[in-house]
Design a protein around this ligand. Sequence first.
Ligand SMILES: Cc1cc2nc3c(=O)[nH]c(=O)nc-3n(C[C@H](O)[C@H](O)[C@H](O)COP(=O)(O)OP(=O)(O)OC[C@H]3O[C@@H](n4cnc5c(N)ncnc54)[C@H](O)[C@@H]3O)c2cc1C
Ligand SMILES: NC(=O)c1ccc[n+]([C@@H]2O[C@H](COP(=O)([O-])OP(=O)(O)OC[C@H]3O[C@@H](n4cnc5c(N)ncnc54)[C@H](O)[C@@H]3O)[C@@H](O)[C@H]2O)c1
Length: 471
Amino acid sequence: MAKALTPDICVIGGGTGGLAVAMGAAAYGVDVVLVDRPAAGGRACLAHAALNAAARQAQAIRDAARFGLAESDPEIDFKAVMSGVRDVVAGATPAFSTERLATLGVTVIREEARFTGRRRLLAGDTEIRARRYVLATGSSAVVPEIPGLDEIGGLNADTVLDLDRRPAHLIIVGGDASALELAQTFRRLGSQVTVLAEGSLVPREDPEMVAVLTRRLSAEGVTIREGVNVTAVERRGKTSVRVLVATGEGAEPDEIDGSHLMTAAGRTPDVAALDLKKARVALRDGVVDVSAMLRTTNRRIYAIGGVAGADTVQAARHQAGLVLKALLFRLPAKDRAIVPRLVGADPELASVGLTEAEAARRHRRLTILRWPYAENDRARAERKTDGHVKLVVARDGELLGVSIAGANASEMIGIWALALAKRLGLNEMAASIPPYPTTAEIGKDAAIAYFAGRARRAPVRSMVRLLRMFG
Ligand SMILES: Cc1cc2nc3c(=O)[nH]c(=O)nc-3n(C[C@H](O)[C@H](O)[C@H](O)COP(=O)(O)OP(=O)(O)OC[C@H]3O[C@@H](n4cnc5c(N)ncnc54)[C@H](O)[C@@H]3O)c2cc1C
Ligand SMILES: NC(=O)c1ccc[n+]([C@@H]2O[C@H](COP(=O)([O-])OP(=O)(O)OC[C@H]3O[C@@H](n4cnc5c(N)ncnc54)[C@H](O)[C@@H]3O)[C@@H](O)[C@H]2O)c1
């Protein structure tokens, strides 16, 4: 017989965003039900981070000579590397088990959910009628429409984690964060790697900053082809694939042979199973249509994370916090989206706010401030002097955007995200006190550069002279 539940909040999807809402609501004693698919693979980001870390270690061995240590070619046991990655993921999994969530006050139903009406949801044989719903079903990898791809069944950023043998030559279709991160990771673990991007690499980011990464990838032996059109793929024998690429109208396609093909061509919201029409939840441009308050077209239903087009962990968590505020305290959950972005290659590319090109479309005069890693003691000490910090500033001194390409960029961007969110001025950022020696000093130096021009102005110098006269 069907069970019936009437919780205050029902969260659908137990990934990054859904867990944050469910655990947050339960912490306030709210009756919350979380519905998540039974075979939730999940934790792909953590697995990628763990694989990436292994690749960095391999590279550190290659780079040892820079420190006067014996240089060597790392001996890589690919199977052991992948098994280590699975251990890392397994170590994190109990924190989100049904039992652990139950102790925190979350009722978990491990079933696929679908709406049966505007306020009703079915999860297995449980019918749920909640006061509010939060959709957090995430996204899945897009399979690009490339002739032959269905037949050869290529890898994607999720399934590449199931490999137990190192690809001899991995061909990656795509040119964004996943493509570049995985290209460098596999190259460092000993594969030959070719990246095929239809446009430019990481098109959302400032090309000047992306170039810092591209230079390093090329120097490490990753073959990168931008602006190419993959016209077909085919299997060649048992162990190889052939990719046909065209570089322009009417041009003869090139053939690229590899051992494995992976597509990293974007993600699409996981909505197919949900029967959103029954709930009167509309899509726009392929993602769940949400207001700035993260409400869908059904006012009882919110949507966060990948299903609403916000496909990073930090964006999903940020939106979870906003929805909790709205659900528990009826506070306006306006998503101002000052969420940092990251390409976690080495060097890293981290950014927040507007790029120079975006700012130029909205502001007439901009000040651009740059400070190089090569001027920083920590970067010199670590022999990681590639890259720079770039600040985009409006005419009135308002900070509009920050990009950092270089070592530790991911750790450095947080304070700049806070500065943008809280509308801090460059004077406040210049007054911050990072400990020495850290790469965080580079950001402070870039902010100070804004005031360097003022020191040369005649009125400022006159005032300094005048004040000296007071003894
Ligand atoms: C390989 C890979 C690497 C990534 N690396 C990074 C990274 O380094 N940094 C970063 O910020 N982001 C990264 N991302 C993106 C990040 O994983 C997502 O942005 C984030 O997890 C989105 O959170 P979410 O809550 O929207 O969805 P998810 O975390 O994907 O969770 C969705 C959940 O909903 C469940 N579900 C789906 N449909 C239903 C249904 N009908 N009923 C019940 N449950 C359902 C799923 O099983 C899943 O558990 C990566 C993604 C991938 C795939
Ligand atoms: N560090 C991070 O924050 C991180 C890391 C990995 C993934 N992610 C997230 O996961 C999601 C998926 O990442 P992604 O890199 O797969 O997707 P993406 O949407 O970020 O980029 C897809 C890229 O593939 C290209 N492309 C699409 N079809 C193509 C084709 N037929 N041939 C060649 N190129 C093609 C597009 O031009 C685009 O540049 C993203 O939303 C991303 O934000 C984040």
